[in-house]
Design a protein around this ligand. Structure first.
Ligand SMILES: Nc1ncnc2c1ncn2[C@@H]1O[C@H](COP(=O)(O)OP(=O)(O)OP(=O)(O)O)[C@@H](O)[C@H]1O
Ligand SMILES: [Mg+2]
Length: 351
């Protein structure tokens, strides 16, 4: 594992369903990549209902896909990453089991392998950590890509929190159980090594078994380390931006999201999206009423989050899709911005 992540910024967009998270995260990725031609930007969809493919009109899926010269996107399937990992673990465990002359441990271990340590038993946050770590460590050597800035489109709040929450007890539970079984095998093996040698003179050497048991232990330690590293990285480099429309349910949701994610990631900004443009309000009664209601919630949001950066964006007359559409949306959101750092680090925090 390279272990030297050089990522500079990790922007995460969250909020209620349908408020514009995917559009704003994509528009931001396009804008930042336009402003920083020498940086490599990756846009990741963490919503299992991926829609970057539709937004960009480019087939993306579970591969790092080029969007423009310095921008890539991926719609990962974290289950695939977890499965690869658990399969390797299960294979090694079975091999070890076959080499173990201690028959009474076998059913226990077999049950454990089949039921406890499979991809479904890995919590979604850890699955994502496995995937994320590969990206950050540029483990995929076929692509030879190291990204400077990562922009994440997160799912609506409840699922977003699950992405941060690597349930420690769950992981530790799996770890402890695995360690106990392996150490039991080890102990038993040590005790019986001499007898085993005597009984199975042509069997695998105890050295080889020891090696396998150690590899298994290492894999378990590594998965926990991955989870911890990603959690640290999010805490240190992550910047959450909550997207809302100027209506009560969406506003209530970003308040909750802010509270629920506070211990995992710093929130830097709020996007208030899909506002009725001033001039439209002058021309239609419906727009005027809606505009007035929106003003009320804008004030509340600004009051509630007065220490954060607030970006406002109007509802556009066009559908913000494709590179051009997303650039139009980006210009609408970041119209007052002339320095890319106002997007990347709006609160001017020192690192
Ligand atoms: N400022 C805007 N002006 C016009 N249309 C917009 C704007 N922002 C978003 N949209 C449109 O609103 C719809 C919802 O946006 P989007 O898919 O980005 O929301 P989301 O929060 O990611 O939704 P989901 O929770 O389903 O993932 C899309 O059709 C998008 O094109
Ligand atoms: Mg979305």
């Amino acid at each position: 594992m390279a272990g030297n992540n050089l990522i500079e910024y990790l922007l995460v967009f969250g909020g209620k369903g349908g408020v514009g998270k995917s559009s704003i995260s994509s528009a931001t990725a396009v804008k930042v990549s336009d402003l920083l031609p020498n940086k490599k930007i990756l846009l990741i969809s963490f919503d299992i209902a991926h829609n970057l493919t539709d937004l960009f009109g480019i087939n993306i899926g579970n591969n790092i896909t080029p969007i423009k010269d310095n921008l890539w996107a991926i719609e990962p399937d974290p289950h695939i990453y977890a499965e690869k990992y658990t399969k390797e673990f299960a294979e090694k465990s079975r091999k070890l089991m076959k080499m173990t002359p201690i028959v009474n441990l076998i059913p226990k271990l077999e049950e454990y392998i089949d039921n406890t340590f499979n991809a479904d038993s890995i919590p979604v946050a850890l699955k994502n950590a496995i995937f994320f770590q590969q990206i950050l460590d540029a483990e995929d050597t076929t692509q030879n890509l190291q990204f400077d800035i990562i922009i994440c489109d997160f799912p609506p709040t409840a699922n977003m929190v699950a992405l941060f929450e690597i349930p420690e007890d769950h992981v530790k539970g799996i770890m402890k159980y695995s360690l106990r079984i392996i150490s039991e095998i080890r102990k038993a093996m040590q005790k019986f090594t001499k007898a085993a040698k005597f009984l199975f003179p042509f069997g695998k050497s105890s050295e080889e078994r020891k090696g396998l048991a150690e590899e298994l232990l290492e894999m378990l330690n590594e998965i926990e380390e991955r989870g911890e590293r990603i959690a640290d990285l999010i805490k240190n480099y992550g910047s959450l931006r909550l997207v809302s429309i100027a209506e009560k349910p969406s506003y209530e949701e970003i308040k909750r999201a802010y509270e629920l994610t506070q211990k995992y990631i710093n929130t830097d900004g709020i996007h208030i999206n899909m506002l009725i443009p001033e001039d439209a309000a002058d021309h239609c009664n419906f727009c005027k009423n809606k505009h007035q209601k929106q003003q009320k919630y804008i004030k509340q949001i600004e009051q509630e989050f007065k220490n954060l950066k607030i970006w406002k964006s109007n509802s556009l007359g066009i559908e913000p899709i494709g590179l051009d559409g997303l650039r139009t949306l980006a210009d609408e959101i970041y119209s007052s911005i002339d320095d890319v750092n106002d997007i990347l680090n709006p609160l001017k925090k020192s690192k």
